[in-house]
Ligand binder design. Structure first.
Ligand SMILES: [Zn+2]
Length: 171
């Protein structure tokens, strides 16, 4: 009567080789599709890291979520400096935005509008999902930005609300 061989009784090592190769493949898959963020230390999918062609794996070492927080922190800490820089650049390069860009927009107004609305219609679901995912991933940053926006537009918001109330009463 025959019985099943126990593992240590196998003399054929091809199976062992096969398993070793499979394990190797699995390991390399981790390097191919996943990456550990240098900031938060989380193992994340590669697409959660921005593209950086200079790196060997083509991605940044810091994940998008951490990166966006970092840049927001940098923005808060250097807001004054950044604003001065932007103003200076705009002063030094007046043609840059105003004439060329605005002209292009004006000349192609209808065409650009059509392209944008067609694109939006075709991608409505994907855009919504993407925005929601971005918000979920960057909740704190989004809320901070919103707060800052409200703070900077206090007067406009008040005015808008007054107009709205007037309209409601009148109609
Ligand atoms: Zn991270």
């Amino acid at each position: 009567m025959s019985r099943y061989k126990r593992p240590y009784e196998f003399t054929d090592l091809t199976l062992k080789k096969k398993i070793e190769k499979e394990l190797e493949d699995r390991k390399s898959k981790i390097h191919k599709y996943y990456k550990i963020c240098l900031r938060c230390g989380q193992l994340k999918m590669l697409y959660e890291f921005s593209i950086e062609k200079r790196n060997t794996d083509g991605r940044l070492g810091v994940c998008k979520t951490c990166k966006s927080r970092e840049s927001l922190k940098y923005y808060y800490e250097n807001r004054e400096k950044i604003l001065v820089k932007v103003k200076k650049y705009q002063k030094d390069n007046p043609r840059d935005r105003s004439s060329y860009y605005e002209n292009y927009q004006k000349l192609n107004k209808e065409r650009l509008k059509k392209i944008a609305s067609k694109w939006y219609k075709e991608n409505r679901k994907a855009i919504k999902a993407r925005n929601l995912k971005y918000y979920e991933d960057n909740k704190e940053a989004c809320q901070a930005r919103r707060k800052l926006w409200i703070k900077n537009h206090k007067e406009e918001i008040k005015k808008y609300n007054r107009e709205y109330q007037k309209l409601k009463k009148g109609g």
